[in-house]
Write a protein that binds this ligand. Structure first.
Ligand code: AMP
Length: 114
């Protein structure tokens, strides 16, 4: 098993502030929040980034977005708006090599991103 930092969080070897979990995905608060609401949603099966998504493993991405919508409602950002984003590779700003979607909200989010 690949033991990246997010795999260790999934395995309860590193603590997190969990907001949702099921057999396929985990959502937890970002340790360094960039907005009042900043949750990371990750697949439990290790996928490095969008670069590794294919027809065989893409289903979990739809599930992640369904839960992102549910969490946005629960966290009170659905009506004002929010962003779901994933960074890929060095120029994309990815620092953890385990696919993760940032759910950001609670303030005006600039566009384009830096
Ligand atoms: P990215 O830069 O897109 O790869 O996002 C990685 C995110 O993971 C950053 O926003 C970090 O603050 C966050 N992060 C790193 N380690 C932890 C951790 N142990 N618990 C929660 N969030 C973390």
């Amino acid at each position: 098993m690949n033991m990246c930092i997010f795999c260790k969080i999934i395995n309860n070897e590193i603590p997190c502030t969990k907001v949702y979990e099921d057999d396929k995905i985990l959502a937890f608060r970002d340790i360094n929040p960039a907005a009042p609401v900043h949750v990371l949603i990750i697949p439990k099966k290790h996928i490095t980034s969008v670069n590794e998504i294919n027809e065989d493993n893409a289903e979990v991405v739809g599930h992640i977005f369904a839960i992102a919508a549910k969490l946005a409602k629960e966290l009170g950002v659905d009506s004002n708006g929010y962003r779901v984003v994933t960074n890929v590779g060095t120029q994309g700003g990815q620092t953890v090599e385990h696919l993760h979607f940032h759910l950001l909200g609670g303030r005006n989010l600039g566009w384009p991103p830096g």
